[in-house]
Design a protein around this ligand. Structure first.
Ligand code: NI
Length: 253
């Protein structure tokens, strides 16, 4: 159930049976010429909605903008600086911990967030260790799970796309969003192959460097292979893996 669609007495009731909450986190950044700018936030939301039903959990409002400085060479991309994202995560956790939540399960859709989210968790634990926490109570546990790293997701992608899944604007993530938003997908889908069919791979520094190396925004992928049917399969695969993991997390010391 989405926190945004609940009333406070319902949240109070929920807290009597669970202190866990799922927080989708993503990014608002270009995903090549055939992928939504919101792909990395939409994917964890899509997964979280089914996951939450499976494990009887609440879903916090999605953190839809992440650390995406390298995508600013493309119109529509938005970034938070790493320090801003650390503050946002800290304030989310501190707010929710005021009410009794203490198990924070972040479902992430963007590789570029990982280092910053981990730094944010260490800031939270440092407050507890140093005894400077105003709101963060001792015993808070935060974990980050990348939906795209679920073993069952990897299996499906490897079989369906092989190397052409890529690492940015992947055929897998594009499939998942096409499945969830078919009307908008119909508008942006490409009937023709992109050129080159499989995008180049490699590393990058800032946004100008990124755009020079990856002119249409993709890295290593051929997202024209994306289908709605595969998107549905990927959601089921991610939910299966994450449901088992969430229950383990909630019941651990
Ligand atoms: Ni992405």
């Amino acid at each position: 159930m989405r926190l945004q669609l609940m009333v406070w007495p319902e949240v109070e009731e929920y807290l009597k049976r669970s202190s866990g909450i799922i927080i989708p986190i993503g990014s608002a950044e270009q995903h090549g010429p055939t992928g939504f700018i919101g792909t990395d936030a939409l994917c964890p939301e899509i997964v979280a909605e089914t996951l939450a039903k499976e494990v009887d959990a609440l879903i916090a409002p999605t953190i839809s903008v992440g650390m995406a400085q390298h995508h600013l060479g493309f119109p529509g991309s938005i970034t938070l600086r790493p320090t801003t994202l650390i503050s946002v995560i800290g304030d989310y956790v501190a707010s929710l911990s005021c009410h009794g939540f203490d198990r924070f399960y972040f479902v992430n859709g963007h590789g570029g967030n990982i280092a910053t989210v981990k730094a944010a968790f260490d800031e939270i634990y440092a407050e507890s260790s140093l005894g400077t926490a105003k709101h963060n109570r001792a015993g808070i546990r935060c974990v980050l799970r990348n939906w795209f790293d679920c073993p069952s997701v990897h299996e499906i992608e490897a079989e369906a796309f092989g190397e052409a899944n890529g690492s940015h604007a992947t055929a897998g993530e594009v499939s998942l969003t096409y499945f969830a938003y078919p009307e908008d997908a119909a508008r942006i889908k490409s009937a023709d192959k992109l050129s080159p069919e499989i995008a180049p791979t490699g590393s990058f520094y800032d946004s100008a460097d990124y755009r020079r190396r990856f002119p249409d925004g993709r890295i290593g992928s051929d997202p024209t292979l994306a289908t709605e049917a595969l998107g549905e399969k990927l959601r089921a695969a991610a939910v299966k893996d994450l449901a088992a993991d969430y229950n383990k997390f909630l019941n651990a010391e």
